[in-house]
Design a protein around this ligand. Structure first.
Ligand SMILES: C[S@@+](CC[C@H](N)C(=O)[O-])C[C@H]1O[C@@H](n2cnc3c(N)ncnc32)[C@H](O)[C@@H]1O
Length: 201
C-alpha cells in the first residue's frame, strides 16, 4: 500500500511532531477514550503515522496495534517501537484480523474523500461488537454543512463540522457519547473535534 504524500515527507513529519500529542487537550481526550474500553481484543490506531500514539496506548496496558497505508510511516513506527505490531493497511482495516476492542482514528480519516468515510464507518460497524468505542479526531469547521477540502501540507484533506461527522457516524451505526472541541491556537490553524461514539446495540 502507499500514501504518496506521507511516503515522501515521513521524516519531516516525524521531526515536526516528535511528541504524540501537541496539547494536553489531545492527551486527555485519548485518555478518556482508553478509560471506556471494556472488551478484550486489540485497540486499532488507524493511520498511526510514526506510531507514538500506538505506543502511548500500549503503555496504558492496551493491546494496541497501528495501521497505516504509508510504507515510510510504518518504517518509522516499526523502527521506533519494534516491540509493537504495525500493519500495512488503510482505514478499511482489511488486514486486521484481530477481535477489535476499540478504534482510534486521529487525524487520519481527514485524508479520505468524504463520500468514502460513510462506507468505512459502516464496515467498522459491521464487524464491531455492540458498545465498542471509537474515537475520531479531525480538523473541524464552525460552518455547518458538508466536509470541505483544506490545504493540508502533506496530502489531500477535508475538515468536518462536528455535527456532520456525528451525523455520518450515526447513519453508519454509531451513537455519539461526547465531543470535545478545541479552538484554533498557536499549533492548530482550525478548530478541532474529537468525537467519542460507540457501536449501537
Ligand atoms: C496527520 S497523520 C496522523 C498520525 C497519527 N494518527 C497521529 O495522531 O499522530 C495522518 C496519517 O494518516 C495516514 N493515512 C492517510 N490516508 C489514510 C487512509 N486512507 N487510511 C488510514 N490512514 C491514512 C497517513 O499515512 C498518516 O500517517
Amino acid at each position: 500500500m502507499t500514501q504518496p504524500g506521507y511516503d515522501a515527507l515521513a521524516d519531516q513529519y516525524a521531526a515536526m511532531f516528535p511528541e504524540p500529542y501537541q496539547t494536553p487537550f489531545e492527551r486527555h481526550a485519548v485518555e478518556a477514550f482508553t478509560e471506556v474500553i471494556r472488551m478484550p481484543g486489540s485497540v486499532v490506531d488507524v493511520g498511526c503515522g510514526p506510531g507514538h500514539v500506538t505506543h502511548d496506548l500500549a503503555s496504558r496496558g492496551l493491546d494496541a496495534i497501528g495501521c497505516d497505508p504509508s510504507a515510510a510511516m510504518l518504517a518509522l513506527a516499526r523502527n521506533a517501537y519494534p516491540q509493537l505490531r504495525f500493519i500495512d493497511d488503510d482505514a478499511t482495516l482489511t488486514h486486521v484480523d484481530d477481535p477489535i476492542a476499540a478504534i482510534l482514528a486521529r487525524f487520519s480519516l481527514i485524508h479520505l474523500p468524504p463520500d468514502r468515510v460513510d462506507a468505512v464507518l459502516r464496515s467498522w460497524a459491521s464487524r464491531l461488537r455492540p458498545d465498542t468505542p471509537v474515537l475520531i479526531a479531525v480538523q473541524s469547521s464552525d460552518t455547518p454543512g458538508p466536509a470541505t477540502p483544506f490545504d493540508h501540507a502533506v496530502a489531500p484533506a477535508w475538515r468536518w463540522p462536528a455535527d456532520e461527522l456525528s451525523r455520518v457516524l450515526s447513519s453508519a451505526g454509531f451513537d455519539e457519547d461526547w465531543r470535545l472541541i478545541n479552538r484554533p491556537d498557536g499549533v492548530h490553524r482550525f478548530p478541532g473535534v474529537h468525537i467519542l461514539a460507540h457501536r449501537r446495540s
